[in-house]
Design a protein around this ligand. Structure first.
Ligand SMILES: [Ca+2]
Ligand SMILES: [Ca+2]
Length: 399
């Protein structure tokens, strides 16, 4: 009888070696669980353990076999903490996560291996939990924002097209986009300032030299290269405009002096500027002689050829003399006054033409005198005719 019992016990031990000692407690995805206090008290187990040798739970890869629990250990269970903050404080202090959970706090009595230890209160901010999905998401977002800012700043600073695309988690991409936008705006402002500075640099170079030599540092950036060239060309244009003005002025002076010195070995633009200035000078010179002639008409009773250096000037002088219609009016007024035997008095506005005025007043006066004489003759003839008639009538009567 005693032998039979011993065989049964022996069989039990050898046939079911991995079943261990039967005790309560749910198992996690690795097929194990932590030893509960009651089981410890019964001496059934000490720490985390498997009941089936770490059998898989249907996945294609076997879960890593848990490390054998040390003989003496301080493994904690959820029931060891007074509240959830204590759980998180412990979890964070140990640096635990879904993949680093030797005390099986994540896999005990709640959703297994989700990175949230024990039973989280529904309103708890899980971002505080080391390695939690929410914390990872926030870290991803922050990482993305930082990287996006750097990329945006670099793109904006070099004048590149905006491109905030990135790869990574949704949180990372979203953060990247936010950071990029901020960085790009800042970079673009810097770039605008740089463009102005480069334009100025090109301008200063253009003032000193006529040949464009692009500094190597701007060769790789088409926009900065363009700014440098713009500034350089602006200076060249200013220089050319100044030259044109100078050639035109020279032409003007020469034109007024009537000495033509058309420049050679300069651009057509400059020759054109000189000639245009020269024509302007000639015009001024002509106007000068036209005016001389015009004014002479007020003081000369008849045209007298002036003693001028060139026939061209004489021609202009005469043209001006003949163009004076004002003096014709003065002559007419003076003549009428003389003719009407008005008192000789030159109106203020005709003082400049006094000689001419006096002459024509005299002509008018003379004409009046001539007319008086003629009238006297006519009157005399009339008397004689009347007397003659009287004589004839008397003779008739006598007869
Ligand atoms: Ca535990
Ligand atoms: Ca969990």
């Amino acid at each position: 009888m005693g032998k039979y019992l011993l065989v049964l016990i022996t069989l039990f031990i050898f046939v079911l070696p991995h079943q261990g000692f039967a005790h309560s407690g749910r198992t996690d995805s690795s097929g194990g669980h932590n030893c509960s206090d009651s089981s410890k008290a019964k001496g059934l187990c000490t720490g985390y353990h498997n009941h089936n040798g770490g059998g898989t739970s249907g996945g294609s890869t076997p879960a890593p076999a848990p490390k054998p629990a040390p003989a003496t250990r301080s493994d904690k269970d959820c029931s060891d903490f007074a509240n959830y903050d204590e759980v998180v404080a412990y979890w964070n202090a140990k640096g635990y996560s879904a993949t680093n959970d030797p005390e099986r706090l994540d896999g005990f009595g709640n959703v297994v291996d989700d990175g949230i230890p024990c039973e989280v209160p529904s309103d708890y901010d899980t971002a505080k939990i080391n390695g939690s999905p929410k914390q990872i998401e926030q870290q991803d977002s922050a990482k993305g924002e930082k990287a996006g800012y750097q990329k945006g700043l670099a793109d904006g600073t070099s004048g590149a097209e905006e491109n905030d695309s990135s790869t990574g988690s949704a949180a990372y991409q979203s953060g990247f986009s936010t950071g990029y936008s901020k960085g790009y705006t800042e970079g673009m402002q810097k770039f605008e300032e740089q463009k102005k500075a480069v334009e100025k640099e090109g301008y200063e170079a253009g003032k000193k030299q006529d040949k464009l030599i692009l500094p190597a540092k701007y060769q790789s950036n088409a926009l900065l290269k363009q700014e440098y060239e713009n500034g350089f060309n602006r200076a060249l244009k200013e220089k050319e405009e100044a030259q044109i003005a100078s050639f035109q002025e020279k032409g003007l002076q020469d034109g007024m002096k009537d000495i033509k010195n058309t420049p050679e070995d300069v651009s057509q633009n400059l020759i054109g500027a000189y000639l245009s200035g020269y024509e302007e000078g000639q015009q001024k010179l002509k106007e000068k002689y036209l005016k001389l002639g015009y004014n002479a008409a007020f003081t000369m009773i008849s045209y007298k050829k002036p003693a001028l250096e060139k026939e061209k000037y004489v021609k202009w002088y005469k043209e001006g003399f003949e163009s004076n219609k004002e003096v014709e009016k003065i002559e007419k007024v003076a003549y009428e006054m003389g003719l009407n035997e008005e008192k000789y008095e030159v109106p203020q506005k005709y003082l400049k033409a006094e000689t001419v005025f006096k002459h024509h007043y005299g002509l008018g006066e003379q004409a009046a005198e001539d007319a008086d004489e003629a009238n006297t003759v006519i009157f005399g003839l009339g008397i004689a005719a009347w007397l003659g008639r009287r004589y004839y009538v008397a003779r008739k009567m006598v007869a």
